[in-house]
Ligand binder design. Structure first.
Ligand SMILES: [Mn+2]
Length: 470
């Protein structure tokens, strides 16, 4: 199990000024101790809080410099793990309520917001292995037009909304180690021929859910009807994640809210030659050969919208195993939804007070590695609750946790679930309240990391270099 500690995430940050680099590292440690707290309570005194605001409000602090260290660590983890890297992409709206005018945000009704478009690197396989965030961009909607926020704080108008998907995918490819196989995983918003063309042209694979019925080469029927004569080859049991109500504008129809529930799926597949839409010519090749996998839910609950996915992919579908692989890859998309919960609820990303869009983005950049850590601890604990917790916390954190909950509550070699429940207990979670949520975990992690920092300082002092870390 790799070291999941946070200390590496900003070790290599370069803001062009060593004092500022040190301040970033200190700030991240401080927020990590209290991820769901407001900034005023996260910092021990006025001076630290002031220093924090100077940092995030500083024009010289470029967003890309704050993003880079975690991104590089994420690719390092992915390389060490080996195999193809799944990169799940999605957009989430970050909303800020309240009277105060925040410069640069889009205004919608009684709140102001920006949209974060994220790429999260995952591993294939049953375990929910999350390497980290390998890229993200910020957007505001100006008069209905999507604009990307550049590193200089300027707005760059996108011709079409799908450009945010292809631009980020291009950046992900650019930053990946040479020769790394990348499989992009995207929902229906990414059903876009020019986007697919760009993914193929850069040598990547994809699994994308389809939304539009498309013309096929040399066939009278269209994409949606193309599988009608094809028999179902395999069935599969999955658990669908819960989906909340807040989505990007216009996507409530394509992403209705739903509860977490088990589902029985029947699956069939074929290959099709999709025609390039006349409207996008001459972008990309005139046609594209793709695998198409249809997933239908058997016996859905009465009140639920049954699952019906049509997945398009560059991966082969010649065997039932290959067909299942595509469905399994698409099912991994839930981890990016969980990442958004870790960031927004666990780290309270939308509760942060900052004056402008540019300050808020710097704040989000500092929260991303912390949210990643919360997600890893929770997802792995849920996946294999009885597996050893080795690597989930570092040795000092584990000692600190044992101290906080009492040694009788935490065995010498705890399981992942025992660690998760202990962290939640520190955060004030009561067993009778059911599963611990993001908020209580965020609070527990806060106190645990806080206590661990004190413990580490004490150990350093005992070893004769007390105060050297200042
Ligand atoms: Mn989406």
């Amino acid at each position: 199990m790799p070291d999941l500690g946070l200390h590496r995430e900003f070790e290599s940050v370069n803001l062009g000024d060593e004092r500022r680099n040190r301040r970033v590292r200190r700030v991240v440690e401080t927020i990590a101790r209290r991820p769901a707290a407001g900034f005023p309570s996260a910092f021990d005194n006025e001076a630290e809080l002031e220093a924090f605001y100077r940092l995030v409000n500083n024009d010289a602090v470029q967003l890309s410099a704050l993003q880079e260290p975690h991104r590089e660590e994420s690719w390092r983890r992915a390389s060490e793990f080996g195999g193809a890297v799944l990169v799940a992409h999605d957009t989430s709206e970050f909303s800020y309520v309240g009277e105060a005018e925040r410069e640069g945000l889009s205004r919608r009704g009684d709140h102001q917001s920006f949209h974060g478009h994220f790429a999260v690197a995952l591993a294939e396989g049953a375990a929910p292995v999350v390497h980290g965030v390998v890229g993200w961009s910020a957007h505001v909607i100006d008069d209905g037009v999507w604009c990307r926020v550049t590193d200089d704080g300027d707005l760059f108008e996108l011709l079409v909304g799908s450009e945010r998907w292809s631009d980020l995918a291009a950046e992900v490819h650019r930053d990946a180690p040479d020769g790394q196989q990348i499989i992009h995983v995207m929902d229906r918003e990414a059903d876009d021929y020019p986007l697919w063309s760009r993914l193929v042209a850069q040598g990547d694979d994809f699994v994308i859910r389809s939304q539009h019925n498309r013309l096929l080469v040399d066939r009278d029927d269209k994409l949606f009807e193309s599988l009608e004569q094809t028999p179902f080859v395999v069935s599969r049991q999955v658990v669908l994640s819960r989906r909340g109500k807040r989505r990007p504008p216009g996507s409530r129809r394509t992403h209705p809210p739903r509860d977490r529930r088990p589902a029985k799926l029947s699956i069939r597949a074929s290959t099709v030659e999709v025609k390039r839409p006349a409207a996008v010519a001459p972008l990309g090749e005139p046609s594209m050969r793709l695998s198409v996998v249809e997933v239908v839910e058997i016996d859905p609950p009465d009140d639920a919208t049954p699952i019906h996915w049509l997945l398009l992919s560059t991966l082969p579908v010649t065997t039932p195993e290959e067909v299942c692989r595509i469905v399994d890859i698409y099912c991994k998309r839930w981890l990016i939804e969980e990442f958004f919960k870790a960031l927004k609820t666990g780290c309270a990303a939308e509760k942060r007070q900052a004056r402008s869009l540019w300050s808020l983005l710097n704040v989000v950049a500092l929260l991303v590695p912390i949210a990643w850590r919360l997600l890893v601890v929770r997802a792995l604990s849920r996946h294999e609750p009885t597996a050893s917790a080795d690597g989930l916390l570092d040795p000092v954190e584990l000692q600190a946790l044992r101290h906080l909950v009492g040694s009788r509550k935490l065995p010498a070699h705890p399981t992942r679930r025992e660690v998760l429940l202990a962290v939640a207990r520190v955060g004030g979670h009561l067993k009778s309240n059911g599963e611990p949520g993001w908020l209580v975990l965020g609070r527990g992690m806060e106190q645990l990391l806080d206590f661990s920092a004190g413990w580490r300082a004490a150990l350093a002092f005992a070893a004769g270099n007390g105060g050297a870390e200042g």
